[in-house]
Write a protein that binds this ligand. Structure first.
Ligand code: CMP
Length: 137
């Protein structure tokens, strides 16, 4: 079994989509190994998205990710990383397939409801950013 980090972003939480998104993960065979609700500080969001620090959208992304609570969770399944990315859909909702989370709920490429790790390396570091080993069951 592989693990990946999913985050329901501030737009998803504000729109009351937390339960619906968790249900989609469970119905698609994911086990929720850990979950919490937190609000990131600017410093924490900058650390989490450090790889994007030189992108033109970085400041706007940090402001969005700190505007409200988020729900990070550890998902487990076979090929969890790629499976989660399929269920989320493309980063830009305009390019996302029908039935994906972003196609159904996202407003824009930035306010795109969910985040998912994109590789085994990022999954490992993103999971440990939010959860310690005792919190993953
Ligand atoms: P995420 O999967 O969390 O990874 C980085 C985030 O940056 C992405 O989802 C979007 O929220 C945001 N993002 C990516 N590309 C753009 C863009 N071109 N303009 C604005 N925001 C973007």
């Amino acid at each position: 079994m592989e693990q990946t980090l999913s985050i329901i972003k501030p737009d998803g939480v504000k729109k009351g989509l937390t339960g619906k998104i968790i249900l989609m993960f469970e119905e698609n065979g994911f086990e929720i190994k850990a979950i919490k609700k937190v609000q990131l500080t600017k410093k924490e969001a900058e650390e989490f998205y450090y790889v994007h620090k030189d992108r033109p959208f970085f400041d706007s992304l940090i402001s969005f990710m700190t505007e409200g609570a988020i729900v990070p969770m550890v998902l487990s399944a076979e090929s969890a990383i790629s499976k989660n990315r399929e269920i989320m859909g493309a980063t830009n909702p305009k390019d996302a397939k029908e039935g994906t989370i972003r196609k159904m709920f996202a407003e824009s490429i930035e306010r795109n409801i969910v985040h998912g790790s994109d590789s085994p390396e990022s999954s490992k570091s993103e999971i440990s950013f939010f959860f310690n080993i005792l919190e993953i069951l």
